[in-house]
Design a protein around this ligand. Structure first.
Ligand SMILES: Cc1cc2nc3c(=O)[nH]c(=O)nc-3n(C[C@H](O)[C@H](O)[C@H](O)COP(=O)(O)OP(=O)(O)OC[C@H]3O[C@@H](n4cnc5c(N)ncnc54)[C@H](O)[C@@H]3O)c2cc1C
Length: 369
């Protein structure tokens, strides 16, 4: 447990670092956030903003409990940020229609599964239904670049110090206690650091001899100029999806590629995403394609993040590895971090996310254990 007014540095100003910085500053800590570029330019900007696990029945309860709790916090967060900063993250419960695809079939027992998790999900079969699909009316979306702008504005109101264009190149300790960060702008002393560096977290922590399974997974997106009301809900089939924004822009996503830290975009992905979009929106022409980009997800086993202290280094914490669901799971992650650092009761059982007891470490016990 830390004393109030204690200084904390976060490494990485994506949605995880920014929301944690905001909540920690509100809790009374003196917070700085370092980023090697301008804040909020990586995966958190590149993402689609769907606030739910996709095909949630594929995931273990450890991920679902975190996500469903986090999803319950998003609407209030958007209202709070809009009220305090004037920037509207455009949270909206536009609903998600999941089409049965070739690789992702909707299980027959889906109603029973949804009831167990108290989800209001309806299966649409037979006459009049749109293909064989599952309608999920409660799934919401957020406009993630706006969420990031609002978080940055709120952090500034709370006197969070932004140290941008500064890359952290190493961590320094003395007798097992963290004492600061080596950066491209010199040494930054600090007894408490939280690494929120997304896909780069594993690489950075390796330098401190800490091995966490966090790796980059590239996702490509296409932005299309539709019209407001052209598409009312989000649509997904075989992990490809369309996300309609309120002003008529439509996002088509996404790929999932293991290509190390390569952020280039490909003509194959552009074609595949366009074909998908055009199938559901035949009125669009390729002239409506505005932009293509990619982002690097912080890949982890079953999308379960690491949140909490790293046992080998006193003062060093991590919140990373959210894979496909960092936007979804950011509010719960921030609450968990605050509870750990203040000693307050956590909102849910945090054992599966703590680096020392992480779900992954227990997933594949060796034959000898
Ligand atoms: C195409 C795509 C679609 C997605 N769609 C969704 C979705 O619909 N819903 C959802 O919930 N999630 C989605 N995601 C996943 C989500 O975007 C990520 O899980 C989330 O953004 C991770 O946030 P983060 O803050 O950990 O990482 P990032 O946003 O990547 O931020 C990490 C920050 O750390 C900085 N950094 C890294 N190394 C250093 C260093 N050494 N020194 C200083 N700074 C450093 C980087 O510059 C960056 O600003 C999607 C991701 C992609 C790529």
């Amino acid at each position: 447990m830390l004393k109030k007014r204690e200084s904390i540095i976060l490494v990485g100003a994506g949605v995880i670092g920014l929301l944690a910085a905001m909540r920690l500053a509100e809790a009374g800590f003196d917070v700085s956030i370092v980023d090697r570029q301008q804040a909020g330019q990586e995966a958190s900007w590149a993402g689609g903003g769907i606030l739910s696990p996709l095909y949630p029945w594929h995931y273990p309860p450890e991920l679902l409990r975190l996500s469903f709790y986090s999803m319950s916090l998003h609407q209030a967060l958007a209202v709070e940020l809009k009220t305090l900063t004037g920037i509207d993250p455009q949270w909206s419960q536009s609903g998600l229609r999941i089409m049965a695809g070739e690789s992702d079939r909707i299980p027959d027992e889906i109603s029973h599964w949804a009831q167990q998790w108290r989800l209001n999900w309806l299966r649409l079969d037979g006459e009049g239904a749109l293909e064989n699909s599952l309608w999920c009316p409660e799934v919401a979306q957020v406009r993630n670049p706006r969420l990031l702008s609002a978080l940055m504005a709120r952090c500034r109101q709370l006197n969070v110090k932004f140290i941008e264009h500064t890359e952290v190149t190493g961590l320094r300790s003395s007798q097992g206690q963290l004492c600061g960060l080596e950066t491209t702008q010199g040494f930054l002393p600090s007894a408490y650091v939280i690494v929120t560096a997304g896909a780069w977290t594993g690489k950075l922590l390796e330098k401190a001899g800490v091995h966490l399974e966090i790796y980059p997974v590239r996702g490509q997106m296409l932005l299309l100029q539709g019209q407001a009301g052209m598409l009312h809900s989000m649509i997904m089939r075989d992990h490809q999806y369309l996300v309609p924004r309120q002003d008529g822009l439509i996002l088509a996503g996404s790929t999932s590629e293991i290509v190390q830290f390569d952020k280039s975009v490909t003509t194959e992905a552009r074609q595949a995403l366009w074909d998908f979009a055009h199938h559901y929106l035949p009125d669009l022409t390729s002239a409506h394609i505005i932009r293509q980009w990619s982002g690097l997800r912080p890949g982890s086993h079953e999308s379960i993040p690491y949140i909490g202290p790293l046992p080998a280094w006193k003062g060093l914490y991590v919140a990373a590895g959210h894979f496909r669901y960092g936007l979804t799971n950011a509010p719960a992650t921030a609450e968990i971090l605050v509870s750990i650092l203040t000693g307050e009761t956590a909102p849910l059982d945090i054992t599966p996310y703590l680096p020392a007891t992480h779900h992954r470490e227990n997933a594949n016990p060796s034959p000898a254990s």
